[in-house]
Each structure stands twice: as C-alpha cells, then as structure tokens.
Design a protein around this ligand. Structure first.
Ligand SMILES: [Mn+2]
Length: 246
C-alpha cells in the first residue's frame, strides 16, 4: 500500500510517447492498493473535457485500466490544467483533491501542492488565475466552442512558457518571497515537508523554508521522469531515465 506522487507530465496530443510513459509507469510500478497522486500539469493545456477526443479517451483508458486492478488516482490541479473539475476528473477515473493537500509520511505530515502558489510575485499570472477561477467566468468560458477555447488555451500556454523558462523558475525557488510563502503554507498546514512540482527542478532541499523544514521538488517528464514513493518504511524521491519507461 504505497503512495506515489508525480507532476508535470505535460501530456499533449502530439506527444504520444508521454502517454505511453504514463501507461508504463502504472504497469511497471504500481500494484494493488497503491495510489498515484498527480500534482498538476498532467496536461500541457486543458480547456475542458472533450469525450470525442481520442487523446482524452486514451488517458481515461490508461487510468481506468489501473483502477480496474486496484490502483487509485488522485489529481490536484496545476496552472495548466486548473479547469479540470470533478466531472472531468471522474471521466478520467481520478478523484479531484484540493490545491493544498496534506498526507502522513514516515517523516511527518507532508503538504502537497502544484507549486505555482509559491509564485505570488507573478502578479499577472495570479490575477489571471483568480479571474479564471471565478465560477461565472469559468461558466462563460466553457460555453465557447471547443476550437475557441483551444486557441485561448494555446495562447495562455505560450505566455506561461515564456514565463516558465528554466532559469527563471530555478531562480524563483530561491526568492525570499517564495521562502516566506512556503513557510506560511507549511505553518498553516502544520507540516514540515513541502512536496511540489511546477518549477521543473528535481531535487530536495533541507531547511528550505526555515530550520527543520524541507522541500522535495519533482521534475518534468521529458528525457527523465521523477516520482516520490511513500510507504510505511520510507519516503524517497527518485529520478530515472525516460528510456527505462518505454
Ligand atoms: Mn506548472
């Protein structure tokens, strides 16, 4: 009965290898009664459920196949797929969890979040997120034709790609505001350990948000993939070559 955590797969229709990697990860790593928690940005962009999309159908097939053999999947939204609601999550055979989610580990309680919440200094993005999370705005957006939503989604993605250049993200992690926010989130959740994705920077950091706190960051799935495994004996962060997953 282990918990696995992954993030930032950035699945898209034109990268079938990534879908394959997810399917193989389930098949090779997860067994009966294990659960997988996906910490957001599973999709490169998500502008609403499209049951007619072969891409969405494939994702559902992978996750429901795992579900049928006793592997459950929990999903937390990232900045690229915050439009996944509980209905869409149901379709993909996942359970939607809150943006801040604490779980017990052998090393104490861990706070799980995508990680974009640490980037509060990015005003335009935070404003956009607040705006688009408004239920009315969301409802209006979802009434637009799929192709229009896709166009808007692609524009947003390109913008955030510019913003999310690797150096920027790495620098962000050391920003005093990020440290302050991280400390605040941890204190609020009564946790010492923060587990996140978003920055695409793999690795752990001791005393990341003050004495006695630590941080585990998951990388993006491309030439490598990373995951965290938590069971009753251990908590470990693992990175492997993607080839091992094909
Ligand atoms: Mn992200």
């Amino acid at each position: 009965m282990a918990t696995y955590i992954i993030a930032d797969l950035h699945l898209s229709e034109n990268k079938p290898l990534l879908l394959n990697a997810l399917a193989n990860f389930y098949d090779k790593t997860l067994i009966l009664n294990d659960r997988l928690i996906i910490l957001g940005d599973m999709f490169d962009v998500f502008v609403g459920l499209d049951p007619k999309s072969a891409f969405h159908q494939k994702i559902r097939a992978i996750i429901s196949k795992a579900h049928a053999r006793g592997v459950t999947t929990l999903f937390q939204r990232g900045n690229r797929d915050f439009l996944v609601d509980s209905k869409a999550a149901d379709y993909f055979c996942m359970t939607l969890i809150s943006d801040f989610y604490a779980i017990p580990t052998v090393n104490g309680n861990a706070l799980l979040m995508h990680g974009d919440q640490l980037c509060a200094q990015d005003r335009s993005y935070q404003n956009f997120k607040r705006f688009s999370n408004n239920p009315l705005v969301k409802a209006v957006f979802m009434c637009l034709p799929l192709s229009t939503r896709e166009n808007i989604g692609n524009k947003i993605r390109n913008k955030s790609e510019n913003r999310e250049s690797r150096n920027d993200l790495e620098r962000h992690l050391n920003n005093p505001n990020v440290k302050k926010l991280g400390r605040m989130f941890l204190e609020k959740a009564k946790c010492k350990l923060l587990i996140h994705g978003h920055f695409h920077v793999y690795g752990g950091e001791d005393n990341a948000f003050g004495e006695g706190t630590y941080r585990l960051g998951l990388g993006m799935w491309d030439s490598n993939f990373s995951y965290i495994k938590i069971d009753r004996n251990e908590l470990k962060l693992v990175q492997r070559k993607m080839e091992k997953n094909f």
